[in-house]
Structures are given as structure tokens and as C-alpha cells.
Design a protein around this ligand. Structure first.
Ligand SMILES: [Zn+2]
Length: 227
């Protein structure tokens, strides 16, 4: 008999459909297996279903935010705005647990005769596809540890169990643009240091300011072990 796991989000906004705030997943039948086969079956099932739950949570967060922000019907060029909804278009998010296309509300301002995407107000700048900071960092990390972009990208795919997450060329562009911005940052810090006439004018850290700390628990543990 198939066993099921149910994930339910409480206090879902009314605008979302029933299937958007609950998820029902079959759990693998492990009664017949033993030894390594048993462990492999249990691990694979937990990993695969876990990924479905992660995707479900990610999509739910994005959809809730999309509903909330779209409902404000705000176009940044007040006054004389008259915002109407203009259907939904899919936006692709590349995350640690897979690539997802999520339908995002589009809008049109009659006052300014402009199309716009309300959610873009809070999303990072992007051209069609959004790659999360975690995937960007992992791409850079694997590329730095490997003799080629191709191998780095293959190892990333194996580590995340996501063979189709990023093409090698996309991964290469990501790493290059990251490296470029780091070099620019270093150069501007170096210039500031050279221009400084006294110590107080020297910038404190050659790092990009981040409004919130993004170090993971794993990062903290690793640092504790090496220090
Ligand atoms: Zn407007």
C-alpha cells in the first residue's frame, strides 16, 4: 500500500489555489529491500522527496510575494498611473534544488503606456533568468577548484544532483562576471588607498558590502574547525 507525505502551509492567501498551499507526495515502499539496496532506496527517496518540498516552498514564497506586490498596483512613475493586470509570464529561477519556471504577474500602466513586472521591484536585476546567490557562489567555487569550466560544472551537477542546472557556457559567464566585479572592486579599493593622504581615509575592507550576513551554518562550522 502506498504511503503518502503531506506538506501543508497554513494561512495561505486566498488568491492561491489549493494545490499551491499543500503538497502530497508518495513515499517509497522499502519493505522488500535489505543491506545497501535498502539504504540506497531510503536515501534516494528522502533526497528526491525533500527536493520536491524545497521547490514547493520556494515557489510558494515567490507566488505569495507576487500576489502581495501586484495587488498594490503601483507603478514607480506616479502621478497619473493607472495600473491594470496583463496576464502572467514564466520566469526561470536557477536554485540549489533545480530550475523552476514560475508564472509571474505582468502589468501595464495605462497612464504611462508602459508594461512592467511588479515583482521586479524586489528581485535582483536580471535578463530573463535568475540564478540564486548560492548557485553563483557554488559555480565559482567548483570552477576555482577544477582545471576546466566543464569539469567544474559537471562536479557541481553531481554535488547538487541536478544534471541540467546550468550549461557550461552559462556557468562560465557567471564565473567570469563574478571575477570581473571582484577585480573592479579590488581596483577601486586600490585606487582609494593610493589616493588617501591619511590612514582614516583608507577603506576598511576590500569586500562588497552586504546588508545582511549570508554565511551559512556550514560555513561557520568549517571556519571553527580550521581556526
Ligand atoms: Zn505609471
Amino acid at each position: 500500500m502506498t504511503k503518502w507525505m503531506i506538506v501543508q502551509i497554513t494561512e495561505a492567501p486566498l488568491e492561491l489555489n489549493d494545490d499551491e498551499h499543500s503538497l502530497c507526495l508518495p513515499i517509497a515502499d522499502v519493505e522488500q529491500a535489505t543491506g545497501d539496496e535498502l539504504l540506497n532506496l531510503i536515501e534516494t527517496d528522502a533526497y528526491e522527496q525533500g527536493k520536491q518540498v524545497q521547490q514547493f516552498l520556494f515557489i510558494n514564497h515567490i507566488k505569495r510575494l507576487d500576489v502581495t506586490i501586484s495587488e498594490q498596483r503601483s507603478h514607480d512613475k506616479e502621478p497619473d498611473c493607472q495600473v491594470i493586470f496583463d496576464g502572467k509570464d514564466p520566469l526561470t529561477f536557477i536554485t540549489r534544488f533545480g530550475a523552476m519556471g514560475i508564472a509571474i504577474q505582468q502589468a501595464h500602466c495605462k497612464g504611462h503606456k508602459q508594461d512592467f513586472t511588479p515583482l521586479n521591484k524586489i528581485l535582483p536585476p536580471h535578463q530573463g533568468i535568475i540564478t540564486t546567490p548560492a548557485v553563483q557562489e557554488l559555480s565559482c567555487l567548483f570552477a576555482a577548484m577544477c582545471p576546466s569550466y566543464e569539469l567544474g560544472n559537471q562536479l557541481l551537477a553531481i554535488a547538487l544532483q541536478e544534471p541540467k542546472l546550468l550549461s557550461t557556457s552559462k556557468s562560465e559567464r557567471l564565473v567570469e562576471s563574478h571575477a570581473k566585479s571582484v577585480r573592479q572592486q579590488e581596483l577601486s579599493v586600490a585606487n582609494e588607498i593610493l589616493k588617501a593622504t591619511q590612514e582614516t581615509e583608507i577603506p576598511s575592507l576590500p569586500l562588497q558590502a552586504s546588508p545582511t550576513p549570508r554565511r551559512s551554518r556550514l560555513g561557520d562550522e568549517l571556519l571553527e574547525r580550521v581556526s
